[in-house]
Ligand binder design. Structure first.
Ligand code: AHR
Length: 494
C-alpha cells in the first residue's frame, strides 16, 4: 500500500445540518445456527432469566442501545409460518431454508418481549416465499389489533392482552434470488408486494412498510411502479467478503479495499427511487449488511445443506480490525447519505458474523461490537458538511482513501464528535483538520479503537485484546494524526 502524502478534513459548521435516524445502528436476527437457540435464547442456562433470555446478552446489547431488530430472516422467513411459533403447544418444524429442525419455542411473543427487554423496536420480515398476503396480514392482526378477530383473540389467549404494537414490517426477503424459497419475477414481485401491502395496511394503516429490493433498475423500478404507493423504505442487502461456499476470510488489505462498495449500492438505489418519482418519500433500509458473508456451503448439489460446516462462522479469529475499519466506513457512508438511508441492520447481531459472540459460559465482544458501541453512544445528533481529501491506498487494482471521516454535532454546533477511520494497515496518518476555517489546536479527548495489529481479534481466551481506549489527541494549527488500522471518535467542544 502506498504512503499517503497530504490528508485534510475540512468541516463547515455554518452549512446545513442533517439529523440522521438512529435506526442506522439497527441489528438483524435470523433463525440460523446459534443466533437464537444457543445465542440469545437458552432456557435452563444459569445465565438466562425465567423466559430463557440470556441476560448477559441483554446487558451487552443495552450497551449498543440497539434501536431496531429485524427477525426471523433472511432466507428462513421465506418458509416460516408464524402460527407454528405461538401458543402453548409448540411443535417443531422442518426448516426448509436451512435443512434443520426448528423447535418453535422462540416465536413472535418471545421476539417482541426480547425486543422490549433490550429497548429495541421489533421489525418483522414476512414470508413471501411459501406464504402470501393473507398469512402476512393475519400476522399483523395477531400483533397489532386490540381484540377483533381470531388472531388478536389468539394473542390475548396466549397471554398478551395488550397488542404488541409492531410498527416495522417488510414484505419478503430476497425473493429476487434463485436461492430463496419462492423466487419471483419482477412482475410477480411488484404485484405480490402491492397485494400484501394492501391487506397489511387494511389491518393497521400505521405500520411502516418495507419490501425486498435491489440496486437494480429492472427489479426495483417495477416494484415501485406497482407498490411504491404503499412503501416507506426499500430494503437492500450487502456482504462484501463472499464466504458462503468457501470459508476463506479475506485479509486486512483485501477487505479494506472494498470500503467504497456500499456507497455504490446506495447511490444506485437513490437514483432508482428518484427515477420512480419517490425521492424524499421512500427511504433506503440496508437491512442486512456485513463485511463477511455467512458460511453455509452447499453439499452434494443441495443448497446450503452442509450444516456442520456452519460452525466455522464461530471462529472469532475471523473478526479483526478489518471488520472494524470496514464497519466504521459503512456507518460513515450511511451518515453521509442520512437523507436517504433511514435504517441499517448489521447481519446478524449474535454469533455467526455478528458483533457479539455467545458461548455457554459468557460472551465475547468482537471488534465490530466496539465500533457499534462507539457510534451509538458517542456521536452527536446531526451530520455536518465535511470534506475529506486523502491520498489513496491501493490494493489489487482497487483504491480507497486512507482517511474517512464524518463530522457530527449538536443542534447549537457547540459540541462535535468526529468519526475518523485510518485505513492504513501499519502507518499512523497525519492530517490537517479545520473546523469553520481555522485549524484545530489543543488537546482533545478521543476514543480510539485500533488493537495491537490489523489482524487483532477478541476471543474467549482473550476477550479484551481489542478494546476502545480513551486518549487525548494533540492538534497544532490543524495538524494531528490517527493511529494505523483505527477507528477514532474525536470530541471537540467545552
Ligand atoms: O447468508 C445469510 C443470508 O444472506 C440471509 O438469510 C439472506 O437474507 C441473505 O441472502
Amino acid at each position: 500500500m502506498t504512503t499517503p502524502d497530504r490528508n485534510t478534513i475540512t468541516i463547515e459548521p455554518s452549512r446545513r445540518l442533517r439529523r440522521y435516524d438512529r435506526m442506522i445502528f439497527g441489528q438483524f436476527l435470523e433463525h440460523f445456527h446459534r443466533q437464537v437457540y444457543g445465542g440469545l435464547f437458552e432456557p435452563g442456562s444459569p445465565l438466562a432469566d425465567e423466559h430463557g433470555f440470556r441476560m448477559d446478552v441483554v446487558e451487552a446489547l443495552g450497551e449498543l442501545r440497539v434501536p431496531i431488530v429485524r427477525w426471523p430472516g433472511g432466507c428462513f422467513a421465506s418458509a416460516y409460518h408464524w402460527e407454528h411459533g405461538v401458543g402453548a403447544d409448540r411443535q417443531p418444524s422442518y426448516d426448509k431454508a436451512w435443512s434443520v429442525e426448528d423447535p418453535n419455542t422462540f416465536g413472535t411473543d418471545e421476539f417482541v418481549a426480547w425486543c422490549r427487554l433490550i429497548g429495541a423496536e421489533p421489525y418483522i420480515c414476512t414470508n413471501a416465499g411459501s406464504g402470501g398476503p393473507e398469512e402476512m396480514s393475519n400476522w399483523v392482526e395477531y400483533c397489532n389489533l386490540e381484540s377483533m378477530g381470531r388472531w388478536a383473540r389468539m394473542r390475548r389467549a396466549n397471554g398478551s392482552k395488550a397488542p404488541h404494537r409492531v410498527r416495522y414490517w417488510s414484505v419478503g426477503n430476497e425473493n429476487y434470488g434463485a436461492w430463496e424459497i419462492g423466487t419471483k419475477t419482477r412482475d410477480e414481485w411488484g404485484r405480490l408486494v402491492a397485494e400484501s401491502a394492501k391487506m397489511m395496511k387494511r389491518v393497521d394503516p400505521g405500520i411502516v412498510l418495507l419490501a425486498a429490493a435491489l440496486p437494480d433498475v429492472d427489479w426495483t423500478m417495477e416494484l415501485l411502479r406497482q407498490a411504491g404507493g404503499y412503501l416507506d423504505y426499500v430494503s437492500i442487502h450487502g456482504y462484501w467478503d463472499a464466504l458462503h461456499q468457501e470459508n476463506r476470510p479475506g485479509g486486512y488489505e483485501a477487505c479494506v479495499s472494498r470500503c467504497l462498495a456500499p456507497e455504490d449500492a446506495i447511490r444506485k438505489t437513490r437514483q432508482i427511487i428518484a427515477g420512480a418519482g419517490y425521492e424524499g418519500r421512500i427511504g433506503i433500509a440496508f437491512d442486512e449488511w456485513n463485511l463477511r458473508g455467512w458460511h453455509h456451503p452447499d453439499k452434494g448439489g443441495a443448497a446450503f445443506a452442509d450444516v456442520r460446516a456452519r460452525d466455522k462462522n464461530d471462529l472469532n479469529s475471523t473478526y479483526t480490525m478489518a471488520d472494524a475499519v470496514f464497519s466504521a466506513s459503512f456507518l460513515n457512508t450511511c451518515l453521509r447519505h442520512c437523507d436517504a438511508v433511514g435504517m441499517a441492520n448489521m447481519s446478524p447481531v449474535i454469533n455467526t458474523r455478528g458483533p457479539l459472540f455467545v458461548h455457554p459460559r459468557g460472551i465475547v465482544k468482537r471488534t465490530t461490537f466496539h465500533v457499534m458501541a462507539m457510534y451509538a453512544n458517542h456521536l452527536r445528533d446531526n451530520v455536518a458538511d465535511a470534506r475529506v481529501e486523502s491520498s489513496p491506498l491501493e490494493y489489487a487494482e482497487k483504491s480507497v482513501p486512507v482517511l474517512d471521516a464524518v463530522a457530527t454535532c449538536d443542534d447549537d454546533r457547540s459540541h462535535w464528535s468526529i468519526a475518523v477511520v485510518n485505513r492504513h494497515p501499519d502507518r499512523e496518518t497525519a492530517c490537517e483538520l479545520s473546523l469553520g476555517g481555522g485549524g484545530l489546536s489543543g488537546q482533545h479527548d478521543a476514543l480510539v479503537l485500533s488493537g495491537p495489529a490489523p489482524d487483532a481479534y477478541n476471543d474467549v481466551e482473550c476477550p479484551d485484546r481489542v478494546a476502545p481506549a480513551r486518549a487525548s489527541l494533540t492538534f497544532e494549527d490543524g495538524r494531528g494524526s490517527f493511529p494505523p488500522h483505527s477507528v477514532t471518535i474525536l470530541k471537540i467542544g467545552p
